[in-house]
Write a protein that binds this ligand. Structure first.
Ligand SMILES: Nc1ncnc2c1ncn2[C@@H]1O[C@H](COP(=O)(O)OP(=O)(O)OP(=O)(O)O)[C@@H](O)[C@H]1O
Length: 114
């Protein structure tokens, strides 16, 4: 059990070491948490923000896993490898767009945006 937990942590640190995007997502998440504290967001808003942050980070981790698996399969150009990686990257993009929309909904009025 402890071994599985350790292996999962190794995976997390692999993402942090190798993926610039993961560092960007975590920096954005830290900024959102700081804004949440500053604006005293409500408990249900914390729940939405937590889910959103987790979703983006998990999508980036799955994207990394897929990239590694594709690279294991082939280092040569292959149209299906391109599609697999592009779709995984697209999934991260969709979660990031969703996160921006949620940030606008929660922080927009507090920033006087609408
Ligand atoms: N074996 C391959 N065959 C065809 N196209 C590929 C292959 N490997 C990568 N690509 C193309 O290059 C792009 C970048 O792939 P790469 O493995 O460098 O990911 P990355 O730049 O680390 O992506 P991310 O920023 O999402 O981590 C892919 O989205 C894909 O379009």
């Amino acid at each position: 059990m402890l071994d599985k937990f350790r292996a999962a942590l190794v995976g997390v640190f692999y993402c942090l070491r190798t993926q610039v995007n993961m560092v960007i997502h975590l920096t954005a998440a830290a900024a959102v948490v700081a804004a949440g504290v500053y604006f005293h967001v409500r408990p249900w808003e914390w729940a939405v923000l937590t889910l959103t942050i987790t979703m983006v980070i998990a999508a980036e981790a799955f994207n990394t896993a897929l990239e590694v698996a594709v690279d294991l399969y082939t280092s040569k150009y292959h149209p299906l490898a391109r599609i697999a990686k592009d779709v995984a990257a697209g999934a991260v993009l969709m979660t990031a767009i969703g996160a921006i929309i949620i940030a606008c909904i929660i922080f927009g009025p507090r920033l006087g945006l609408y």
